[in-house]
Design a protein around this ligand. Structure first.
Ligand SMILES: NC(=O)c1ccc[n+]([C@@H]2O[C@H](COP(=O)([O-])OP(=O)(O)OC[C@H]3O[C@@H](n4cnc5c(N)ncnc54)[C@H](O)[C@@H]3O)[C@@H](O)[C@H]2O)c1
Ligand SMILES: [Zn+2]
Length: 364
């Protein structure tokens, strides 16, 4: 087991991020939060409910005054305000008060949505992240960004609300479909590229063990990714500056996600966005040819897509990219790689550069 404490300079004492193999240490960390007289609501989704709800309920028996649960149909299309309203109604019916807590048991969809419900209920109650996907283990559960989509606008409504505890049980990943595992790998590769070249090399050298989910390699990878994410959000909790580097691959990635009407997974689109952003970095002279192709080619063994179909309208993707919300007075705050392991925020990327980056995805 490995614990990392993340400081929260804005709203509280910070929180522990625990990486463990199993749920047995969870009650110990929960008891440190003084919750024995509190009620808890586990929010999960229809897939995770079948796999892990009973196990978690059993482990947490005795940790709270009352333990309720609520399951939402799985899938991004349910990350919306209607489902938040359903969660809030339960909190009202069960008479949840300020001292009570929500536990998000699931992937990023559940973490974002349950986190948002906890941010707005009674102007904010506490919540715990129990992530169950690789993406939520290493990315979405850390950093306190919560929210939902509005129509096809991703994460348009939300709040910064830090969890009180993130407990990562790596053994939840055993049941994760291969495609979902790959989707999480895109964010992990992103962590290496933006912040740590030795981690990036380590990932390339361990792709077999990672794909085989060898426990020791998997936990080392989760720890290293979480440490990178934690360091960035600790420095800039509300994305006034440096936190934006975590959006590497996301500006074009989100546009592809929307263009494909969410038929590709988030991480698959991020992988394509990473290639496009790396190509722009290469054209700027920051990366050399070998570095660009190494980045592109390392995505393949992790089962991520490298290209877009011939029929895709890249100009339309450019248009959607420009509608992305991460704009700075009308200019896109684009993330480039200055070199492998170092990202920069750039507001000078032109439409032509963006289009060449997106078009590169067709001749891969
Ligand atoms: N808050 C943040 O900082 C942040 C960062 C990155 C992504 N996100 C958000 O996260 C979401 C994507 O998260 P995700 O990829 O975890 O998707 P997800 O929550 O939809 O989970 C993916 C699928 O896997 C299933 N599943 C979950 N755990 C499982 C397990 N252990 N075994 C078998 N099946 C399991 C789910 O039911 C779902 O069908 C997006 O909405 C994205 O916007 C948020
Ligand atoms: Zn992402």
């Amino acid at each position: 087991m490995h614990t990392l404490h993340i400081n929260d300079t804005i709203s509280g004492p910070g929180y522990d991020i625990v990486v463990a193999e199993g749920c047995d240490k969870l009650p110990e960390f929960i008891s440190a939060l003084d919750l024995s007289e509190s009620k808890a609501l586990i929010v999960t989704d229809s897939n995770v409910e079948k796999l892990y709800l009973r196990e978690v309920q059993t482990v947490l028996k005795g940790s709270f005054k009352k333990l309720c649960s609520f399951s939402i149909p799985a899938g991004e299309k349910n990350k919306n305000l209607d489902k938040v309203r359903d969660i809030l109604r339960i909190l009202i019916v069960e008479k949840f008060e300020r001292r009570d807590i929500i536990i998000a048991l699931g992937g990023g969809v559940i973490g974002d949505m349950a986190g948002f419900a906890s941010a707005v209920y009674l102007r904010g109650i506490r919540f715990i992240q129990l992530p169950t996907t690789l993406l939520s283990d290493t990315d979405s559960s850390v950093g306190g960004k919560t929210g939902v989509d509005l129509d096809s606008y991703k994460n348009m409504v939300g709040a910064f609300h830090q969890p009180s505890l993130v407990y990562i049980n790596a053994s939840f990943l055993k049941s994760l479909p291969k495609r979902e595992f790959a989707s999480g790998m895109a964010e992990i590769i992103k962590h290496g590229l933006i912040k740590d070249d030795s981690y990036y090399e380590w990932l390339i050298n361990h792709f077999n063990q990672i794909n085989d989910q060898e426990p020791e390699v998997l936990t080392e990878m989760i720890q290293r990714s979480v440490a990178i994410k934690a360091a960035v959000v600790e420095e800039d909790p509300t994305e006034k500056g440096v936190r934006a580097i975590l959006n590497f691959g996301h500006t074009i990635g989100h546009a592809i996600e929307k263009y494909m009407e969410f038929k590709l997974l988030h991480g698959e689109c991020v992988a394509l966005g990473i290639i496009a952003a790396s190509f722009i970095s290469y054209e700027r002279g920051y990366l050399n040819t070998e570095e660009f192709y190494e980045i592109r080619d390392m995505l393949l063994p992790f089962n991520l897509p490298l290209s877009l179909d011939e029929g895709v309208d890249t100009k339309e993707i450019l248009k959607i990219t420009k509608l992305d919300k991460k704009m700075d007075s009308g200019r896109i705050r684009f993330i480039l790689l200055k070199k492998i392991g170092e990202a920069v925020i750039d507001t000078t990327v032109t439409d032509e550069e963006l289009l060449r980056g997106i078009n590169k995805l067709k001749d891969n």
